[in-house]
Design a protein around this ligand. Structure first.
Ligand code: GDP
Ligand code: MG
Length: 371
């Protein structure tokens, strides 16, 4: 049964079924103990007993999981650009790779535009866009993930061909595996006299990264980030993996996404670089970003140009928030500014309370520390 028979309801509210039957009779409803009652009758009965029925299940707007886990509308889905993070051991060429890509593959029509650092940028290859997170380093990657931002679709692990697999290479592989993102290995510095790409491939077999030529399924690209060698090949491989991954998003939904970086600017106030993950972010949108709220006052793209809209996988720098959020925070757009304010304020309050309760907690350990 659906749990709505007179007997079942009686049990739930700790009454005798006969009493319910009688009460119903007095209300003009003739029912037997095994009869199911409709919603209206249950409501009447509940009111009579002074019980609140749990009909009105409130959606908790402060819980962003609700928005992020929303069911997809299949027919609205469109292909979106991949978001790529570059990781690897120190000095193996992450920054050089990001710089070369950025300066040689500016989007069509954007050539000559001043590239400005907003924490992410897009390049164009074969008419398709790829979004690079401009913050190499494992700390950024793990911090973002720890805060709930799961934005990397593909990880590029850079390994210098003259140095081979090093501790942070292994760390990077582990991070990518934990995040369950596909890995492309960029064997860098192949221009150097001491370069030995084969050794890198050999070493990486230990970490289950086996080239296709050797019977595995990991893509290896030999590059020189400094001399811009084979970077087109790397971009093509990214597009290939992106296609296999079938990355899609719904540009029609209310926008949501994650914070790539944020700061407080003396003149402009709080500034945040957002990566749109679903929906289309528009200038003027009421928004909650982490525990901050406001309205999107201005939006600037990675070329320093003002834009009015940002579709999925597009990074934009926005102003208009009351406070600066943190990298890895998530954002959600709301219908109206009042709701955004309420949600933002209650999230800020909740965060402050959580902070206070943890700092006030005296454990044996920090008690000893303070002695
Ligand atoms: P990161 O620590 O991984 O960001 O490494 P960097 O990009 O700062 O590079 C470390 C050093 O390696 C710099 O001196 C770069 O110029 C150099 N480097 C990077 N890529 C290449 C390359 O492809 N070939 C050569 N010869 N040097 C490179
Ligand atoms: Mg660097």
């Amino acid at each position: 049964t659906d749990g709505n028979t007179v007997a079942e309801i009686a049990k739930k509210i700790h009454r005798e079924p006969a009493e319910i039957v009688k009460k119903l009779f007095l209300m003009g409803v003739v029912a037997t103990q095994n009869q199911s009652l409709d919603k209206d009758t249950i409501e009447l009965l509940a009111t009579d007993y002074g019980i609140e029925t749990e009909e009105k299940v409130q959606v908790d707007l402060t819980d962003f999981d609700t928005f992020f886990n929303q069911e997809v509308v299949e027919e609205n889905l469109v292909t979106r650009p991949a978001t790529v993070t570059i990781m690897g051991h120190v000095d193996h060429g992450k920054t050089t790779l990001l710089d070369t890509l950025r300066h040689t593959n500016v989007t069509e029509g954007e050539a000559g535009g001043i590239t400005q650092h907003i924490g992410a940028y897009q390049v164009e290859e074969k008419g398709k866009l790829i979004t690079f997170l401009d913050t190499p380093g494992h700390a950024a990657f793990t911090t973002m993930r720890a805060r709930g931002a799961d934005i990397t679709d593909i990880a590029i692990i850079v390994v210098a061909a003259d140095d081979g697999v090093m501790p942070q290479t292994i760390e990077a592989i582990n991070h990518a595996k934990a995040a369950e993102v596909p890995i492309i290995v960029a064997v860098n510095k192949v221009d150097k006299p001491g370069a030995n790409p084969d050794r890198v491939m050999q070493e990486l077999t230990e970490y289950e990264l086996i080239p296709e030529d050797w019977g595995g399924d990991t893509i290896f690209v030999q590059i020189s980030a400094l001399f811009n060698k084979n970077l087109d090949e790397l971009l093509d491989m990214i597009l290939l993996v992106a296609e296999i991954e079938e990355l899609k998003a719904d540009p029609k939904r209310p926008a949501l996404g994650s914070v790539i970086e944020a700061r407080l600017d003396r003149a402009k106030g709080p500034i945040a670089t957002l990566l749109v993950q679903e929906g289309t972010l528009s200038q003027g949108d009421p928004i909650v970003v982490g525990n901050a709220f406001g309205r999107v006052r201005t939006m600037t793209n990675d070329k320093g140009r003002r834009v009015k809209q940002a579709t999925p996988s597009t990074p934009v720098e926005i102003t208009g928030l009351n406070i600066a959020p943190q990298a890895g925070d998530r954002f959600v757009v709301f219908e109206d500014e009042k709701t955004a304010r309420q949600v933002g304020e209650s999230r800020a309050t909740a965060a402050n309370e959580a902070k206070r309760s943890t700092t006030n907690k005296v454990t044996l350990e920090n008690l000893f520390e303070s002695l």
